[in-house]
Design a protein around this ligand. Structure first.
Ligand code: SGN
Ligand code: CA
Length: 529
């Protein structure tokens, strides 16, 4: 007995000495490798038009998203995360440059991105990273600064999508959200394991026209989604809101509700454009194989029969449209959530979870019936906000919720900071690293600047506007063919239906916010026309 205890102690001592020696030795001998190894991998997952209201860690009234929620449970969830210009291509350009639209040269979806300028992927490459871009790109010019890129063409297709790559165009069978994830995993498998990676996985979903994976067509058929509080908004005191063309009531019967029938072929209404050939027919449906088309038709033909049978009008019809919109939109989210799960599983299975920063976000927010709308563009809360969840087990404590104001402008400096690279002086965002680590600097921003430009051209007729948002107030100026100011008190009016601009009680606040707005325009060097 005593002998065995002695042997145990001797062995244990030897083992500990060995460990001590090994740690010291390896630190000295592999010092360089260990610095490189401390650079975290970055997996940035961004969907297109994913509203925060459709993520259960933000809001449980519409859908359950267990995989996306994992990131909130295991990392930080941001409640005041905003985009600086709520539309697709501009948001992507801000991500790539760390600069506002007026500085990076891409103000609206018509512009072409200047890929010759300084960008995040180029700087990350210099810092020793492998860089990859998989999925929706939408910036017209070819990607630059990426070791690997496989991008959807234009807006991309949901079914059997085409990808553009440096080697040319290829069509890959499958559902876009699954295929993009397959391509991302394939790229991760082939990576150089001696270098950290920064990978952008950009989903097309859940962009209009919300085409679900065929296997999800039956989901939510019996669910009755609650109408948002402002569904029947009368837009009182808000001229630009009233004039916008993005009401659910005006959605396309053929494309949005998939009532495929000649009777609905001429699409007028939402978007303000008349089209004799529904886009659904041109863009998406035609890419289904004959077999897939059968499944598709049997589902939506039934829907059309029910629609005709019900013969709805007025309020009933509008609410039917809302339910139909939610069904297809949320079906697309189910796929996004499943595929976030696949990526997280891949990280787990390959020992990458701890040293990889995972970001889940969207290029902007979206209206899911609030103010009677779909789409985005406005500086109002639903489209100004982007969902933002960040996990990095090695350095970020699990289960945090932050209400600090953070922007899509901050991604570029944050990633460079984590890479240990210097942040260029002309970047306009801030690194959110201290915020993520629970140490918000005392002088952290208390306001944010916003500017939307796509008017009078473009979809949905949302007038040009800029504004400032603080923790409690929002001041907006609509201009171009209008000159209208709006002020909202976000504490007493979180759904932004009472424009207080002419309320004498708020005159002081308006004056203060105008000074702040001006300060931000000077700071970001935006010279107004
Ligand atoms: C399409 C949509 C619009 C949407 C724009 C911009 N119409 O044109 O509703 O606002 O894209 O979206 S659709 O019926 O053709 O889908 S963005 O995300 O690319 O900015
Ligand atoms: Ca978008």
């Amino acid at each position: 007995m005593r002998k065995s205890v002695a042997i145990y102690w001797n062995l244990s001592l030897a083992f500990h000495l060995f460990l001590l020696f090994f740690t010291r030795f390896s630190d000295a001998a592999f010092g360089q490798t260990s610095t490189v190894k401390t650079q975290p991998n970055i997996l940035y997952i961004m969907s297109d038009d994913h509203a925060r209201q459709a993520i259960s860690s933000y809001d449980q009234s519409l859908i359950n998203t267990p995989n996306i929620d994992r990131l909130a449970d295991e990392g930080v969830r941001f409640t005041n995360s905003f985009v600086t210009n709520s539309i697709c291509a501009p948001s992507r350009a801000v991500l790539l440059t760390g600069k506002y639209s007026h500085q990076n040269g891409l103000r609206d979806n018509r512009d072409t991105f200047d890929g010759a300028q300084q960008t995040l992927p180029k700087l990350m490459r210099k810092a020793g990273y492998q860089t990859a871009m998989i999925g929706k790109w939408h910036l017209k010019s070819e990607p630059t600064g990426f070791d690997t890129w496989e991008i959807l063409r234009g807006q991309g297709e949901y079914y059997n999508p085409y990808f553009l790559t440096p080697e040319g165009k290829k069509q890959i069978p499958g559902y876009a959200t699954d295929v993009i994830t397959d391509r991302a995993i394939e790229t991760l498998k082939k990576r150089d394991k001696n270098k950290p990676f920064m990978m952008f996985v950009h989903h097309k979903a859940p962009h209009r026209e919300w085409l679900p994976n065929l296997k999800h067509l039956g989901l939510f058929t019996d669910t009755k989604f609650p109408l948002p509080e402002t569904f029947y908004d009368d837009y009182k005191g808000r001229i630009a809101a009233k004039e916008a063309d993005m009401r659910i009531d005006d959605m396309f019967l053929y494309s949005d509700f998939k009532l495929q029938d000649e009777d609905f072929e001429v699409e007028t209404g939402s978007g303000g454009k008349g089209s004799a050939v529904p886009r659904l027919k041109i863009n998406n449906r035609k890419q289904l194989t004959a077999e897939q088309l059968k499944v598709w038709d049997s589902y939506y033909d039934k829907m059309r029969a029910e629609y005709r049978e019900a013969n709805l009008s007025g309020k009933e019809l509008l609410e039917w449209k809302y339910q139909r919109y939610m069904q297809d939109y949320l079906r697309c989210i189910v796929s996004v959530d499943e595929n976030v799960g696949r990526l997280l599983d891949y990280l787990d299975a390959n020992g990458l979870a701890k040293n990889t920063i995972v970001v889940y976000t969207s290029d902007q927010g979206f209206y899911l019936g609030e103010h009677g709308w779909y789409d985005k563009r406005f500086m109002y809360e639903e489209s100004l906000s982007m969902p933002l969840l960040v996990r990095y087990p090695k350095q970020i404590e699990a289960g945090q919720i932050s209400d600090d104001i953070v922007l899509n402008l901050d991604f570029a400096p944050t990633f460079l900071d984590y890479a240990g690279a210097s942040i260029p002086d002309d970047f306009q965002g801030e690194t959110i690293r201290p915020v993520l680590q629970g140490e918000t600097p005392v002088n952290w921003r208390t306001s944010m600047y916003y500017h939307y430009y796509e008017y009078p051209h473009g979809w949905h007729r949302v007038k040009r506007h800029y504004g400032v948002r603080t923790q409690h107030y929002k001041l907006i100026h609509f201009y171009n063919d209008i000159d209208a100011w709006e002020l909202f008190d976000l504490r007493s009016d979180p759904t932004e239906i009472r424009n207080l601009i002419d309320d004498p009680a708020y005159a002081g606040m308006v004056a203060e916010l105008k000074v702040e707005l001006n300060r931000l325009q000077v700071k970001y060097q935006e010279i107004l026309e």
